[in-house]
Design a protein around this ligand. Structure first.
Ligand code: EPU
Length: 314
């Protein structure tokens, strides 16, 4: 979902946006001051100085080279479902692979080749249509392929890299290559290589099965999710699960469901979700995260680590 480098912040968004626009094709969208509250599922966050949707790998390479040459910070956005942008916004360039060029899904034997911008739900639906099993768990993850790879997203006891056969990546010198998953430094909710490279596409491997059996599993997953997770705007699970206890159960046991800062509330449905009841700020959410961490540490000795990625300025 997100990637940030450590370069110095950009000083002036205006000239930066204009110069970038001149370097890329007319199909590439370049905007100034794009509110990140519109681009994240939690619906909080101030503006990005520059927002870009490259229309091709060539244009994406131009953006990356531009950022490197100008020492401008950048961040790659998926569907913004695991991202908390602070209220001051992001000083630099936010790159989204939402253009249709990056959203293709193609069948190749028992494999699906999917662009980084493809929605996980669409990948699961395509797998069902082609009678490929193993991808059912993707149906309810509200993210894109790129984001799921970046954080090895998971649900229903499966994780993204369980089904990955290869990943096409672009490094920060704008070079493209295919990588085997074994080389990608993958652990629980983390992919080390994608902290310094951009995922462009993935090849997912399925197993042949009947469409009906696949549809039934997807339905069972969907029912389980709707029964246990909130529908209100959120960033999914806020914390990684500690080894000893799932974060949701821990927060539930601590009696913290319903805890509120402004319009940010710990969900009654699932303790590891913070929902935005409407009009919450990033500051509200961050304060609530801190309160939960303090409680977990003080009362259970557990140091909760955020799963959601936190970026931007106060
Ligand atoms: N539980 C409670 N109270 C709660 C929430 C959960 O007692 O308020 C208990 C449940 O009854 C269950 C256990 O805690 O015994 C685990 O809960 P759940 O099955 O909901 O799974 P989870 O570990 O909380 C993980 C992923 C979710 C994914 C679900 C469903 C993490 C951090 N979370 O949640 O992923 O959707 O499994 O498979 O690994 C996400 O990553 O953003 C996310 C939502």
């Amino acid at each position: 979902m997100t990637r940030i480098d450590t370069m110095a912040p950009v000083h002036s968004a205006g000239p930066c946006a204009d110069e970038l626009r001149r370097r890329v094709s007319s199909e590439t969208l370049v905007r100034r001051d794009e509110p990140m509250s519109r681009r994240t599922t939690l619906r909080v966050g101030g503006p990005a100085d520059v927002y870009v949707e490259p229309a091709s790998e060539r244009d994406l390479a131009e953006v990356i080279r531009f950022c490197a040459a100008r020492a401008v910070r950048f961040l790659v956005l998926g569907r913004g479902s695991n991202l908390l942008v602070r209220d001051g916004g992001f000083r630099g360039v936010v790159i989204s692979l939402a253009h249709p060029h990056f959203s293709g899904i193609e069948l190749d034997g028992n494999r699906l080749r999917c662009g980084a911008g493809a929605r996980l739900k669409d990948v699961a639906i395509a797998a069902r249509r082609h009678g490929l099993s193993g991808l059912e768990f993707l149906e309810g993850i509200p993210g894109s392929v790129g984001g799921a790879l970046r954080m090895n997203a998971g649900a229903m006891n499966s994780a993204t890299f369980d089904i990955v056969a290869a990943v096409r990546v672009m490094d920060y010198a704008a070079e493209i290559r295919e990588m085997a998953p074994s080389a990608m430094e993958v652990t629980y909710r983390r992919c080390g290589v994608l902290e310094r490279m951009i995922a462009l596409a993935a090849v997912f491997e399925g197993r042949p099965d009947s469409q009906e059996a696949i549809a039934q599993r997807m339905l069972a997953f969907s029912r389980k999710r709707w029964a246990s997770q909130p529908a209100a705007p959120s960033a999914g699970c806020i914390f990684k699960n500690p080894i000893t206890v799932p974060a949701g159960r821990l927060i539930d046991e601590l009696g913290c469901k319903g805890l509120r800062v402004g319009a940010a509330v710990v969900s009654q449905e699932h303790g590891n979700f913070i929902v935005n009841e409407g009009g919450a700020t990033a500051r509200d959410v961050l304060k609530l995260i801190e309160l939960l961490r303090e409680q977990a540490l003080a009362r259970r000795g557990i140091d909760l680590e955020t799963e959601v990625e936190i970026v931007g300025e106060d």
